[in-house]
Structures are given as C-alpha cells and as structure tokens.
Write a new protein. Structure first.
Length: 210
C-alpha cells in the first residue's frame, strides 16, 4: 500500500514525540523534528514494513480495498467483472484482516470458489479420523434441515453437534473447518459459512460424510 510505504520511510532514522508508528503523511510532516533524527544509518526492516502494510490493509475501507485488489485478483485467475460486487465486498471484509500484502489475496479467497477449493494435507488428515466423520455428518444433517445459512444457523448447528456427539474444542471445530474450507486456518467460521451459502456448504460436507 503506498500509504504504508510512505509511513515506513518516514520512520526510518527518525522518531515522533508520542512514540506512535502508524501515522498519516500529514501527521509525519507536522510531527517531524530534525533533532530527533538518528545519527546512525537507517536499517531497512522488511518485517516491520509488512506489519505496517497489514495495518493499512485492515484499516482500509472495504470498497476502496476491493478496487485496489482487482489487479491482484485478476492475476490470480478471478474474473472480477463476473463476481457479484456485494458478495465480493463481504468476502474481502472478512479476509482483509488475514492479509499482509495485496498480492496474497488469491490464496485467502480460494475457499469461497468451488473451482479453487482444495483440501490441504493437514485438513485431509483431520478428516480421516472417525470422530471427524461423525462431527461432519451430524453438522451436515442439521444444515440440510436449516432454513438458511446465517451465522445464527451455524451456531445452532454447532450446538446440535455438541449435543449429539459430545465433541468439543478442536475435535468439534477443526473437522467442520477442514470440510468447509479445505484448510485448518482461516477467518471466523460462522462468517465463512454465511458467505458460502447453504448449497455449497452441503456439497462440501456431504463429500466427507458419505
């Protein structure tokens, strides 16, 4: 993000009175003082630049961020003109807290597209367990009878699975995440469930509970 790079360059070899590190260009201009400039050479810390960049991505208004992400989405194989704009905004709003750079977006939204959905080896190992099979099957049974795919329905399904299987903690949540997303890490699962839609969720669940 240009703002992040400017912010980072402004911090090289200098500091600000209140110790803040996330500052706008205007705040850096106002707060700069030559006497606080370091006499030693500046050190380029790429990790800190990525940290700052993640903050700017997270704080960016979602509609604005979507426009900035479009070239990276296209490069990753997503036809942005063919994707419902409201739905895409919901997806980006959810995953933007996971991003360090804009170029990473493809690997974070693939869970929402059937043609990009893949099971990682970690997820596959979780789903091989008999206890995971039961959790996914019971979760799918509830989803099939639910009226929709809201976050409330997700929470109700989780409660139902707890009652029927006595699973809790990772034994409860990891098989569901693995089946729905193909991964073992990611954004809040109830929000993922709501965005995926009932039909997509059921198709993925049933492929591991047959």
């Amino acid at each position: 993000m240009p703002e992040a790079l400017i912010n980072y360059l402004g911090l090289l070899g200098s500091s600000f009175t209140d110790g803040r590190e996330v500052l706008s260009r205007e705040e850096m201009i106002t707060g700069f003082a030559l006497e606080r400039a370091s006499k030693s050479g500046a050190i380029f810390d790429e990790e800190k630049l990525h940290w700052l960049n993640a903050i700017y991505i997270r704080n960016c208004e979602t509609g604005n961020l979507v426009e900035r992400l479009k070239p990276f989405l296209e490069k990753a194989g997503y036809k942005t003109d063919a994707i419902d704009a409201k739905w895409l905004n919901e997806v980006i709003e959810l995953v933007k807290t996971e991003l360090t750079t804009l170029a990473e977006i493809g690997s974070h939204i693939d869970i929402f597209f059937d043609d990009k959905y893949e099971i990682t080896e970690e997820a596959r190992q979780i789903l091989k367990k008999e206890s995971a099979f039961l959790v996914v099957t019971v979760f799918g049974e509830y989803v099939k009878t639910a009226a929709g795919n809201s976050q409330e329905n997700y929470l109700a399904a989780i409660k139902y699975v707890k009652e029927k299987t006595s699973a809790k903690g990772k034994e409860l949540f990891m098989p569901i995440r693995a089946a729905l997303t193909g991964k073992v890490h990611g954004p809040e699962l109830e929000k993922v469930f709501a965005i995926l839609g009932k039909d997509t969720a059921l198709k993925r669940l049933e492929s591991f509970s047959d």
